[in-house]
Design a protein around this ligand. Structure first.
Ligand SMILES: CC(C)(COP(=O)(O)OP(=O)(O)OC[C@H]1O[C@@H](n2cnc3c(N)ncnc32)[C@H](O)[C@@H]1OP(=O)(O)O)[C@@H](O)C(=O)NCCC(=O)NCCS
Length: 167
């Protein structure tokens, strides 16, 4: 997950409608009304969470912001940006009670599909070095390690591993 200061620097206008998928969960574009539920997951999951305003800004700017909806509830989300032929996954989380059911994989596949539809050929992200579940998920989706940012994260301080996916 990217540190949130970068979000405000890179958000810009775009349109992100995706056709919803079907049961047992569906992936769809985020709406303003999703923000409280998204933020509740964010606070539960991350020690240095984005604010509700960060997520509202994503909706307002039509960022690439997708929701995994399970029985009408927000079960997870992913946020990404693109510029020219490069993209970046900025945030991804699945509610703890909904994990290991394929939501994370579906969110990543959906956002990769959206980015590739925009002719993005290189997709980057940062992940905590110790985050084995996320690193396994990204590796299974074809991301490979291309760098390291020393002491990138706070609470606790930890290096970020930079991953890249090439179309
Ligand atoms: C990472 C995260 C999004 C995965 O979501 P999920 O819905 O549980 O993932 P899925 O069920 O789709 O799993 C897909 C693959 O990811 C890997 N994976 C997921 N959880 C794992 C775990 N606890 N241990 C090892 N591998 C794991 C596996 O390769 C898995 O495939 P498999 O089920 O066939 O073995 C979720 O654990 C999460 O929200 N973590 C906290 C937030 C976070 O770390 N976000 C990423 C920041 S960069």
């Amino acid at each position: 997950m990217a540190r949130k200061g970068r979000l405000t620097r890179v958000l810009r206008s775009r349109c992100t409608d995706v056709p919803p998928t079907v049961a047992p969960f569906r992936i769809r574009s985020a709406r303003l009304g999703d923000v409280p539920a998204v933020h509740a997951i964010e606070q539960e999951v991350f020690a240095d969470p984005w604010s509700t305003q960060d997520f509202r800004d994503c909706v307002a700017a039509d960022a690439l912001f997708l929701i995994a909806e399970v029985a009408g509830e927000v079960g997870g989300y992913v946020v990404a940006l693109d510029a020219a032929d490069e993209g970046e996954i900025l945030n991804l989380a699945v509610a703890p009670e909904g994990r290991r059911k394929g939501l994370g994989r579906a969110l990543v596949e959906a956002i990769l599909g959206l980015l590739q539809d925009r002719d993005v050929s290189h997709i980057y992200l940062e992940v905590r070095e110790s985050n084995a579940p996320a690193r396994a998920l990204y590796a299974a989706q074809g991301f490979r390690e291309v760098g390291r940012r020393k002491a990138y994260y706070r609470r606790p301080v930890e290096d970020a591993i930079v991953l890249r996916h090439d179309a």
